[in-house]
Design a protein around this ligand. Structure first.
Ligand code: CS2
Length: 470
């Protein structure tokens, strides 16, 4: 069989921007299905040509190898329960590897044509202490960036790029698109602490405070890892090979705090909501969607389910999620949000069988995800005298998963893998201060519930589940 030609400007007719107004850090599948897609549609809608995106991958070169030969073009396949649609997205004009070329990322952030830097580097990419949400200045890579080497962390890259912009007094919007509560404020604080610790740029901190904004945003779209089958189906359909293809659900949402330092694309024309305060949206999304996602991932994997849709179809797991959302989580979500309707919508999105989003994909990086999606809720529930028992079960599900993986000799996909794999019990895991802080450790009342629930999950006997779930 002769190989099909690659998707590229030579083989596809796609509307392209003329210059790059956006620098994106972390060119993963989520970015392509979300920010890149919205920006592409906004350009078609408004006819503006200055909002091309130059993307930087932070680690492996795979994305560069996928996208560069395709001139940044990729197919976005949206799979609903019984409808599939595909579009070629043209907003990405270039992709580079920041690790291989640290000067290029600093230059791109500093470029006069750049007005916005967006980020999807995942929770761990910020190198924060999960329990406090503050940057870990003792992280070896952060410490190395603080010495002034060409930066290799996103915080170091931002600080270096901003220092260059200060020379021209050129404002910038830095838009965090990761699943962290108050993500703009967290990022702004991390950059400020980094700059203060560098102590070489006396004026930079004050200039950043004046001329750079960090709007918080809530991003949402389920984007499973692309499979070989997805690539082959697209090649059969189009006659073109697209190694950068991304699969996603039809649903998407982007709510952004309206705090831009300069111009922005016509995102409002294509469904993006601009609000004064994004917190109610991000709190509901993290606490309902991401929290139940994690529970389904851990309990689902332990019950042998491959996909989230299979886990969501399990009656016990459905009941756990429902009780957790309605009883423990809903009272902690700011007023005005319809948690019941949102929870139902999330449930039907998770049930989408066309997506094949794996429990193991969602299970990764648990040490970084528990804080933003579960432990803040626990603290609020306890402070308000509410129930946190299903949240304890959710944390127990993570403990049981970690212990089970370690016992089975499967390497954990988590930045704290080494530390986690030394644990013999839920109590050992709860003792990790950087995750649980001093208040939710093994000797706290919440910790005791987690330990008890871990026993139930590990025993996994149908009669025991029936007893505790009725
Ligand atoms: C998921 C998220 O992998 C995970 O942890 O919970 O990536 C989730 O799919 C997105 O936040 C949906 O917007």
């Amino acid at each position: 069989m002769t190989a099909s030609p690659r998707l590229s400007d030579a083989t596809a007719e796609v509307v392209r921007p003329r210059s790059c107004g956006i620098v994106h850090l972390g060119v993963g599948a989520f970015f392509r299905a979300h920010q890149a897609a919205y920006t592409d549609e906004a350009a078609r809608m408004t006819g503006e040509t200055q909002w091309g995106i130059i993307g930087f991958t932070q680690r492996s070169n795979t994305v560069v190898e996928q996208l560069a030969p395709q001139d940044g073009l990729f197919t976005l396949v949206s799979k609903g329960v019984d409808t599939t649609s595909a579009t070629v997205v043209g907003s990405v004009l270039g992709v580079r590897n920041a690790a291989a070329d640290p000067a290029a990322v600093v230059e791109a952030i500093a470029a006069p044509s750049t007005h916005i830097v967006t980020l999807t580097v995942t929770e761990k990419g910020y190198r924060l202490d999960p329990s406090s949400g503050r940057i870990r200045l003792d992280d070896p890579e952060i410490a190395a960036d603080l010495t002034g080497r060409p930066p290799r962390t996103v915080i170091g890259q931002l600080a270096a790029g901003l220092a260059r912009r200060m020379v021209r007094d050129s404002p910038l919007t830095v838009l965090c698109c990761d699943n962290l509560p108050s993500n703009g404020r967290i990022l702004s604080a991390a950059v400020a602490e980094f700059i203060a610790a560098r102590a070489t740029d006396d004026d930079l901190a004050a200039w950043v405070a004046r001329r750079v904004t960090f709007p918080s945003s809530m991003v949402d779209r389920i984007v499973p890892a692309t499979t070989e089958d997805d690539l082959a189906a697209n090649e059969r359909r189009t006659g073109l090979r697209d190694d950068a293809l991304v699969v996603c659900e039809p649903f998407r949402q982007w709510v952004i705090e309206d705090d831009f330092a300069g111009p922005r694309p016509g995102w409002d024309q294509v469904g993006v909501q601009f609000v004064d305060d994004v917190e109610p949206w991000e709190t509901m999304k993290l606490r309902v969607l991401n929290a139940t996602h994690s529970v389904l991932a851990y309990l689902g994997a332990l019950r042998g389910y491959t996909t989230i849709a299979e886990a969501m179809s399990d009656q016990d797991l459905e009941k756990i999620c429902r009780t957790m959302v309605l009883r423990d989580i809903a009272p902690t979500v700011p007023g005005g949000m319809d948690v019941v309707a949102y929870g139902e919508q999330v449930r039907s999105r998770f049930l989408n069988p066309a997506l094949r989003h794996t429990t193991r994909q969602v299970a990764m990086d648990g040490s970084q995800k528990l804080g933003p999606r579960l432990l803040g809720t626990v603290r609020d529930a306890i402070a308000a005298g509410g129930s946190s028992d299903m949240l304890a079960l959710a944390v127990a599900a993570w403990c049981a998963f970690v212990l089970d993986e370690t016992k089975a000799g499967r390497p954990l996909d988590d930045p704290l893998a080494e530390q986690l794999s030394k644990a013999d019990s839920a109590a050992d895991l709860l003792d990790i201060d950087s995750i649980f802080g001093p208040d939710l450790g093994p000797h706290s009342p919440f910790g005791a519930r987690v330990i008890a629930w871990t026993d139930v999950v590990q025993t996994n006997s149908p009669s025991e589940w029936e007893r505790v779930l009725t």
